[in-house]
Design a protein around this ligand. Structure first.
Ligand code: ARG
Length: 587
């Protein structure tokens, strides 16, 4: 369409880069619109209505154009021909990417997302980071970038010292068992290993909140935990053994739960992995003249004169000599450069950490650890409960990933039973389907609005099979699948698409917009654009399915409509996959 418009402008002696058309905001009047006549008229001091009328006249003769009308002060309303739509649908049907082009220059992109912490419970911001980050990683992979997703496990902070103190206080026998351990690399004896393995995730879950509360109230206890943290970081053997057990059991559970949610990290690196890099990095920062003494701590000043609000310095070494959150983040940039040399690093983390990242990024640019602009914070709002505060479980506790998945699963099972599938599906298939529906429920709700906006968690609404929900999209995908199965059983095959009916036109116009949607979602790190597209596609398909009989139509029409249906399924599944959602066979 754009080409036809460009050619028509060229005929008028106007620049042919004016061919950009956008989907019409009055679909009852036109498929596309253009305001290029207005833009062209200004510099030439010509009358835009006259340009629009001339362009419309010459467009009338173009085979791609059904109608072209000049409207208002120089707008063009365009309707594409059925011939053009048919050709477009056939091209999309032949394209395994359904119209989404790969990027011209693929890049190495590292996505830092999830960010759960050892021992501390997952909170909703970790859930959102995982869902949004997974989708952004998939968008990059689909575009042809080389991607790595890293969970960046929080395994090195004060909470580790706290847990060491809490566990050893409760289990005196462990103190004795581990007493003989030497340095960080020493192997535990069989007896030591057995003692350590008795420490379970339930222990950590139970002890952490108690210890955290006590550290707040009791300065002596806090001091012990601080010292334990420092000794752990310095490589004390018995603490290392215990800490490795904490990390191991946490990771096991996290990996399982994330996997159930369709979130799979390529790397499970942690803050602790960069410990060996910290000393040399500090020396390097020192040599570059970036470290400043400040009340016993060592900091990097990153404020700039043009800043509109004051940005705090980056704390590299605390007054107690400990490495901080920002220290490991900076060293992680150095580390990532060594093993992946990423051209971009995307940090998908809660909006409330915006200042932290701005500070880290500036320090990294000052130290020349990354190219200016190559580090990006992809922030997001919170998922709130009905009270408008960050979502909590019914018992008032912070959310556990597993509990949330279970809630969504229970709801999905209920809905599937209501729909009568309890009897139709085998128990295994029912489990699998319920999980897919649950994942679609949670993820689509999270990805449906722009990531910057907060939303209220409303499981009843999100799990409905109707409306703008994940399950509705799955339901439409399943309808197409069953239609295609039936067609195969009746020996019908997809063929050449010939667009004729209005519902066919509308469907193809939506299918046509996928590529643009993917580009926009990629450029703005905005999976909601894909979510919107999937929703519009499902709706158009539903209308098409209602208006256009398929299996009972004459063979040529049936073949054309089947081709449209299978193209729809292909594109819908691509879109869902970009959101990290997959459709079952039946529901
Ligand atoms: N563990 C951190 C938290 O819970 C999130 C980590 C985000 N990634 C990063 N590179 N800092 O807040």
């Amino acid at each position: 369409m754009g080409e036809a418009v460009a050619a028509a402008f060229a005929l008028e002696g106007l620049p042919d880069d004016l061919g950009r058309v956008t989907p019409s905001n009055r679909p009852d009047l036109a498929d596309f619109q253009s305001n290029a006549a207005l833009a062209a008229a200004k510099p030439l001091k010509r009358d835009p209505t006259e340009i629009a009328a001339a362009v419309a006249r010459s467009l009338h003769r173009h085979p791609a154009v059904d109608s072209a009308e000049a409207a208002g002060p120089g707008f063009l309303n365009l309707r594409v021909s059925n011939a053009l739509l048919s050709a477009r649908a056939n091209a999309l049907a032949d394209d395994p990417r359904a119209g989404a082009e790969p990027v011209a220059a693929p890049a190495r992109v590292l996505v830092d997302y999830g960010g759960p912490n050892v021992a501390k419970e997952m909170i909703v911001s970790h859930l959102r980071a995982s869902i949004i980050g997974e989708s952004i990683k998939r968008l990059h992979r689909f575009a042809g970038d080389r991607t790595l997703g890293d969970a960046h496990l929080g395994d090195w902070g004060f909470q580790m010292g706290l847990l060491i103190v809490a566990v050893l206080d409760e289990r005196i026998e462990l103190v004795d068992a581990l007493a003989m351990t030497g340095d960080a690399d020493s192997k535990p004896t069989a007896a030591q290993q057995a003692a350590i393995e008795l420490v379970s995730l339930e222990d950590l879950d139970r002890l952490y909140p108690i210890a955290a509360a006590r550290a707040k109230a009791d300065p002596l206890y806090r001091e012990r935990a601080r010292r334990a943290t420092a000794e752990l970081q310095a490589g004390r053997g018995d603490y290392q053994l215990l800490w490795r057990q904490f990390v191991r059991i946490t990771k096991q559970t996290l990996e399982r739960d994330f996997h159930a949610l369709g979130v799979d990290f390529d790397l499970w690196k942690g803050e602790s992995d960069v410990e060996p890099l910290i000393e040399p990095m500090i020396a390097d920062l020192e040599a570059k003249g970036l470290l400043v003494e400040d009340q016993g701590a060592r900091i990097i000043r990153v404020a700039r004169p043009e800043d509109r609000r004051e940005l705090p310095p980056l704390l590299i070494v605390s007054s107690e000599g400990a490495a901080m959150y920002g220290t490991t983040d900076l060293a992680t940039i150095v580390d990532r450069r060594r093993y992946f040399d990423p051209q971009r690093i995307l940090y998908v983390v809660d909006q409330r950490q915006a200042d932290h990242f701005e500070t880290v990024f500036r320090a990294a640019y000052l130290a020349a650890y990354a190219r200016e602009g190559s580090l990006e914070h992809i922030g997001f709002g919170t998922m709130n409960g009905p009270d408008g505060k960050p979502f909590r479980t019914r018992e008032g506790g912070v959310l556990k990933l597993r509990d949330l998945i279970d809630m969504a699963l229970t709801k999905a099972r209920e809905r599937l039973e209501e729909a009568g599938l309890g009897k139709e599906l085998s128990p295994e298939l029912l489990d699998d389907t319920a999980l897919k529906v649950a994942v679609a429920t949670l993820k689509f709700a999270d990805l449906a609005s722009y990531r910057g906006t907060s939303y209220v968690f409303d499981l009843d609404r999100f799990s409905s099979f109707e409306g703008k929900t994940g399950p509705y999209l799955l339901y439409q995908a399943v309808r197409v699948k069953s239609l295609l199965r039936k067609a195969t059983a009746e020996g019908l095959e997809a063929g050449e698409v010939t667009v004729a009916a209005p519902a066919e036109r509308d469907l193809v116009l939506v299918l046509d917009a996928f590529g643009q949607g993917v580009n926009e979602a990629y450029a703005r790190s905005a999976p909601n654009v894909i979510a919107d597209h999937a929703w519009r596609l499902a709706q158009s398909f539903s209308k098409f399915y209602q208006a256009c009989p398929i299996l009972t139509a004459n063979p040529a029409i049936a073949a054309s409509r089947l081709a449209l249906a299978s193209l729809t399924l292909k594109q819908l599944e691509l879109a869902l996959d970009l959101l990290g959602i997959s459709a079952p066979e039946r529901m």
